[in-house]
Design a protein around this ligand. Structure first.
Ligand code: ADP
Ligand code: ADP
Ligand code: ZN
Length: 228
């Protein structure tokens, strides 16, 4: 595995607006490099489905397209980071999303002698983001992501990965909520680009390109990190 040569487990951050392709690419990097994808959106949706206290508090905020409070998100992330599989290195997808979360992440990683290895800003324009989320759906069995226009299963209605035939769409993937999510991104998350740039760990990629082209750019970046 390529991450054998890393001195410390890699902590990669995929930064980008909703629909940038963070989840799609994180799953591909997970397979290629043996890193663990950690999506706070997925963890929050699981908490909502399980009806936990955190899930109950998060539900309405998520449906409205706002950001869940740092306290709730950090508690969920801390729990997940305590699982042993994360020692292989992680790809953070959708976290951090605020300056407070970025600072808390530094503190959490420092406790185990780790730090953020690389932050990749996935740049897409606002119009593309709306089209990406409006056509998004996932396999209910394995979570593989699809799109009405940009990524269809090879056989209509059958998941390429697991053969499942049930698919689902997110409640917040509609045009109204997408606008609120985009506004939250610009106001609270985009400033993190400068935060990480100042630390010399930021790289930008053109996420308007096709899925495979974006995957090649990311794979080259992560491959170089692994070889360091
Ligand atoms: P994010 O996790 O950043 O919100 P996703 O990975 O879920 O984004 O992608 C959003 C939607 O756009 C999905 O339906 C996915 O299949 C599709 N998609 C992802 N990357 C691209 C791309 N480079 N070009 C076209 N469609 C894409
Ligand atoms: P997307 O793939 O469209 O970027 P996510 O699945 O990452 O969306 O997140 C869905 C929703 O969950 C967000 O709109 C927000 O309400 C909540 N959420 C996810 N991650 C965070 C986070 N790090 N901080 C605050 N809220 C979050
Ligand atoms: Zn599937």
């Amino acid at each position: 595995m390529k991450d054998d040569t890393m001195t410390r487990p890699a902590v990669l951050i995929l930064l980008g607006p909703p629909g940038a392709g963070k989840g799609t690419q994180a799953r591909m990097l997970e397979e290629e490099f043996g890193l663990v994808q950690l999506s706070t959106g997925d963890l929050l949706r699981a908490a909502v489905a399980a009806g936990t206290d955190a899930g109950k508090q998060a539900k309405a905020v998520m449906e409205a397209g706002g950001l869940v409070s740092d306290d709730i998100v950090l508690a969920i992330l801390r729990d997940r980071m305590a699982d042993p599989d994360t020692a292989k290195g992680v790809i953070l997808d959708g976290f951090p999303r605020t300056a407070g979360q970025a600072e808390a992440l530094d503190g959490l990683l420092a406790q185990s002698g780790m730090k953020v290895t690389s932050v990749i800003s996935m740049e897409v324009d606002d119009q593309a983001m709306i089209a990406r989320v409006a056509g998004r759906y996932t396999c209910a069995g394995c979570g593989e992501g699809y799109h009405d226009d940009f990524k269809q299963p090879a056989t209509a209605g059958v998941c390429d990965k697991c053969g499942g035939t049930a698919f689902k769409r997110r409640a917040d993937d509609n045009a109204e909520t997408a606008g609120a999510r985009l506004a939250a991104y610009h106001a609270q998350t985009a400033p993190l680009i400068a935060y990480y740039e100042a630390r010399g760990v930021l790289q930008r990629i053109d996420a308007m390109a096709g899925i495979d082209t974006v995957a090649s750019s990311l794979s080259a970046i992560v491959g170089r990190l692994s070889a360091q």
